[in-house]
Ligand binder design. Structure first.
Ligand SMILES: [Zn+2]
Length: 267
């Protein structure tokens, strides 16, 4: 099994911890606020154990695939369906569908991940891939990716009005909620992605171009690093600390932290 390396305090979430999180800590209120126009037509998906290889035995054949959840009756139903699979990651479909299920648009989003940052210690993405460490990242890459997120937000503000940043557990997403952005055609999206990339931001172009339509669900758990996916305001980005910020550290990790601190004081 391939092992990845993360900043201190970040690690895979166990199945039991995923269960604890989704049963007791998952904030449906936040999810409901995120989808301000309702979740009637929103589709959700999970990946049980593609990267972590942690999954319930009954789902061993589906562990690496993307599983589309059934249509939700209401938000608590989302919690129930997630608990059934206990996934490492939860996503929603950015496509907008009409009442007949025909795709009529897509939310524009930008994805900044730490592995795309060239690190003075760990090298470029290519170097990391060669060592099979494509998902590993360090504090330096984390700090650079956060800076890029702030820069990208400011860059996009020249063109769009309603932006939202999300800490994903590894990097950041910037979502565009301007009504006219939903209707942009593929050509314009590809051009926009290229323009952002040419301006020096290390985005994954296929998210912006629309090729990959799923995006991490805010307030869900990133089971690769045990962090809560957290929407952040522009002015919160600067001082955001993913290692310690209580809003993104799940209880099963926070408890461990506080007991460690006590221990250190006694040495
Ligand atoms: Zn590094």
């Amino acid at each position: 099994m391939n092992r990845y390396f993360f900043p201190v305090g970040m690690r895979y979430t166990t199945l039991e911890e995923r269960k604890q999180f989704y049963a007791g800590e998952f904030e449906l209120k936040g999810v409901s606020e995120w989808f301000s126009s309702g979740i009637d037509k929103t589709r959700f998906a999970v990946i049980i154990g593609r990267h972590t290889k942690i999954f319930s035995k009954k789902y061993k054949y589906e562990a690496s695939t993307t599983i589309l959840l059934n249509e939700l009756s209401d938000l608590p139903d989302l919690r129930c369906q997630i608990i059934e699979f206990l996934p490492e990651a939860v996503y929603y479909d950015r496509n907008i569908y009409d009442e007949n299920g025909i795709r009529v648009g897509q939310e524009v989003a930008f994805d900044l991940d730490p592995e795309n940052i060239t690190c003075p210690i760990h090298g470029s993405l290519e170097d990391k891939m060669k060592r099979q460490q494509g998902l590993s990242f360090c504090e330096i890459e984390s700090a650079i990716v956060k800076k890029e997120a702030m820069g990208l937000y400011d860059f996009l503000e020249k063109r769009f009005k309603n932006l939202r940043a999300v800490y994903t557990g590894r990097g950041f997403h910037i979502h565009v909620f301007d009504p006219e952005a939903y209707g942009l055609n593929t050509q314009t999206r590809v051009k926009l992605a290229k323009q952002v990339k040419d301006s020096g931001f290390h985005i994954d172009e296929w998210i912006t171009s629309g090729e990959y339509r799923l995006i991490r669900l805010p307030y869900s758990l990133n089971g690769l690093v045990s962090r809560i996916v957290l929407p952040l305001k522009r002015d919160e980005l600067e001082n955001f600390d993913a290692i310690h910020d209580k809003r993104c550290v799940p209880r099963f990790i926070a408890r461990r932290f506080s007991s460690n601190c006590k221990h250190e004081r006694f040495i």
